[in-house]
Write a protein that binds this ligand. Structure first.
Ligand code: HEM
Ligand code: HEM
Length: 225
């Protein structure tokens, strides 16, 4: 069900008050041309943020499935690995656009230092914004250590890679915290719910497969005795 989207009823959380820097402009407070420019940034900010959220979900689900030894004839492990790697790179590409748009948006009050160093300066809703920054940095660390994996070795790579799990709840909290009242739309609820179910299912399946691996190892050991 589509609910009415009235900014006066439910203002964007980034619109603190009319004198503060605006990340999402509210119509009626500035000349028509400026509002139109801001609307383009607003739409682009939503779109890139949502696409990045979906790609991040695909990345985490496939990484978890790969680590849980999932495979099938139509989706073998090497293909899972390739899609996992490419989805992660695409997610970061969309995130860089997302950040450039957030910074470039008129009246945003954001800058690269604020976007890259969490809680470094006074911005509206620093907790939600800082979560996005930390999530992005965890993703970058996962990618950089994957590129450097032959040099740094499996142990360090894996330590950083396991931390990438945290990027997902941080990114979701950031999107929900800063998202506009679009989140009341049915399809937005469906996207967030679908992402949550997919990640939860992949993690549960992974746990079960770890148990199965361990049981098989124990049975093999007992048979050797
Ligand atoms: C993994 C990292 C990130 C993800 C997945 C992500 C995703 C999202 C999503 C889904 C939204 C809500 C869109 C809507 O419903 O209106 C959003 C909003 C926002 N994000 Fe991010 N974001 C991330 C990192 C960042 C970073 C590092 C910044 C730093 C500048 C940032 C700045 C913003 C701002 C200012 C908003 C509110 C305005 C807008 O929607 O453009 N995000 N983000
Ligand atoms: C956005 C960046 C990335 C994120 C968020 C991410 C996330 C994950 C997660 C959550 C896992 C499951 C870890 C586990 O439970 O053991 C995983 C596994 C894996 N990832 Fe990534 N990953 C990213 C980028 C990459 C890149 C660029 C590569 C490089 C090729 C890569 C290669 C792998 C491999 C090989 C596994 C499976 C490890 C195993 O089978 O034990 N990942 N990833």
């Amino acid at each position: 069900m589509d609910l009415p989207l009235d900014h006066d009823q439910d203002p964007n959380p980034m619109d603190v008050d009319s004198s503060a820097p605006h990340w999402f402009g509210r119509t009626g407070t500035r000349p028509t041309g400026v509002v139109a420019t801001e609307d383009v940034f607003t739409a682009a900010g939503h779109a890139t943020g949502l696409v990045a959220t979906l790609l991040l979900t695909v990345t985490v689900v496939l990484g978890t499935m790969h680590a849980g030894r999932a495979s099938s004839a139509s989706f073998p492990r090497f293909a899972m690995h390739a899609v996992h790697r490419n989805a992660s790179l695409l997610a970061v590409a969309f995130l860089l656009m997302h950040v450039v748009i957030a910074i470039g948006k008129p009246h945003s009050g954001l800058s690269w230092p604020v976007a890259l160093v969490p809680y470094s300066s006074a911005v509206p809703h620093p907790i939600w914004l800082g979560m996005g920054t930390v999530a992005l940095e965890l993703l970058l660390a996962a990618i950089v250590t994957s590129v450097l994996r032959p040099r740094i070795g499996f142990r360090y790579w894996r330590a950083v890679h396991v931390m990438a799990y945290a990027s997902w709840p941080l990114a979701i909290a950031h999107g929900l915290g800063l998202g506009t009242n679009d989140r009341r739309l049915g399809w937005m609820v469906a996207i967030y719910t679908g992402c949550g179910v997919a990640v939860a299912a992949a993690i549960v399946r992974r746990w079960l497969s770890v148990d199965a691996d361990r049981d098989a190892r124990r049975a093999a050991k007992a048979a050797r005795r």
